[in-house]
Ligand binder design. Structure first.
Ligand code: FMN
Length: 338
């Protein structure tokens, strides 16, 4: 699979997830294999231009994550073009545009999914960006704004004509947010109409669901919450796609993943205002583990107990011993019930 001139080793990718898919997490997922592309958390185009610390932190990535796509949001063509130049200057392989975020804080600035309500303007944003940079510009959108405005097929065609090198479609409307089920027929329909690669996104929590999408003529799959639950899911899907036996993940490996995540986060850059607010870098790491833990422990016996313990843990030592206790030393205490 190719996006512009960029060759992806696998059509399976980590979906962008604000607050979750930081560089440390992406690095660990990538190390397990099967991941053809990583996409950053969404980054403000205005923040990039103003050089705001918080924004730059969200755009951090490391060499081992390549190919890397940085996702930006904004609604002004000139600002988005300038931000795309900055992203290219940072060395990213792809710049992606967020046309899917339904959160009012983003949508009210004529960014995120509200761009879908003004398709001509959305296409003008893409045109300005593709003129400004030589790396591929891609778009991630939803099925539409609401049930009566499911315009992803028309918009996808327009952004293709404006120069986008690939599109990704989350098969829900902004009005649905995360309720209901993702509509993959709309993704298959778009894949059928476009000549550029089309990725789908939504509700893939088992490796078989991921590989099944390729059979529907969809070029690639962005997996979000499924990766937060099971960071090996892309490697398992790649096993299935290659006809290899699917790798089995032990409880000890699951524990090791969290411990490695803690270690990587301890070495991450945390901006001063965030560190001051939380009083310490350790506290920031604990908060990150709480956020991931909410997904990671889903479907596991005693998962709720682990989540409660994570919510009361305050130190790294406690955090490590909690993870080891559950996953490494007494794996039999947690049986996979899914
Ligand atoms: C916590 C969270 C944060 C998200 N942040 C972003 C984001 O920054 N940009 C974006 O395009 N989509 C974002 N999404 C949407 C996902 O990329 C994905 O399209 C959606 O969750 C459906 O896929 P899934 O069912 O595999 O999770 C986010 C989703 C979640 C759950």
């Amino acid at each position: 699979m190719k996006i512009g001139n960029l060759e992806l080793e696998s059509p399976f990718a980590i979906a962008p997830m604000a607050g979750m898919t930081d560089t440390a997490f992406r690095r660990l997922v990538k190390r397990h294999g099967g991941c053809g592309l990583v996409v950053s958390e969404m980054v403000s185009s205005e923040g990039l231009i103003r050089g705001i610390d918080r924004t730059l932190e969200f755009a951090d990535f490391s060499e081992e994550e390549r190919p890397v796509s940085i996702q930006i949001f904004g609604g002004d063509p000139a600002t988005m073009a300038d931000a795309a130049r900055i992203v290219e200057g940072m060395g990213a392989d792809i710049v992606d545009v967020n046309m899917g975020c339904p959160v009012p804080k983003i949508a009210k600035h004529n960014a995120g999914c509200s761009l879908m309500r003004e398709p001509e303007h959305a296409a003008a944003v893409i045109k300005a960006m593709t003129r400004a940079v030589s790396i591929p510009v891609t778009v991630k959108m939803r099925a539409g704004w609401n049930e009566t405005q499911k315009n992803a097929p028309a918009l996808a065609k327009m952004v293709e004509e404006a120069g986008a090198a690939a599109v990704a479609v989350h098969g829900r409307t902004a009005a649905q947010s995360y309720t209901g089920a993702a509509d993959w027929t709309i993704v298959a329909d778009i894949a059928d109409r476009l000549s550029i690669p089309v990725f789908g996104s939504g509700d893939c929590v088992e490796p078989e669901q991921i590989t099944g999408k390729l059979e529907q003529g969809i070029d690639g799959v962005l997996v979000g919450r499924g990766v937060l639950r099971n960071p090996w899911i892309l490697a398992q899907a790649a096993d299935l796609a290659a006809g290899r036996p699917m790798r089995h993940v032990t409880m000890e490996e699951r524990g090791r993943f969290l411990l490695d995540y803690v270690d990587l986060l301890l070495h991450e850059r945390v901006r001063d205002d965030e560190r001051n607010r939380l009083k310490s870098h350790d506290r920031w790491v604990v908060n990150k583990l709480r956020a991931l833990g909410a997904y990671y422990t889903k479907g596991f016996e005693h998962g709720a107990q682990l989540r409660t313990c994570l919510n009361t843990t305050t130190s790294i030592a406690e955090l490590r011993s909690l993870i080891s206790g559950f996953f490494v030393e007494a794996p039999s205490a947690l049986q996979n019930v899914s």
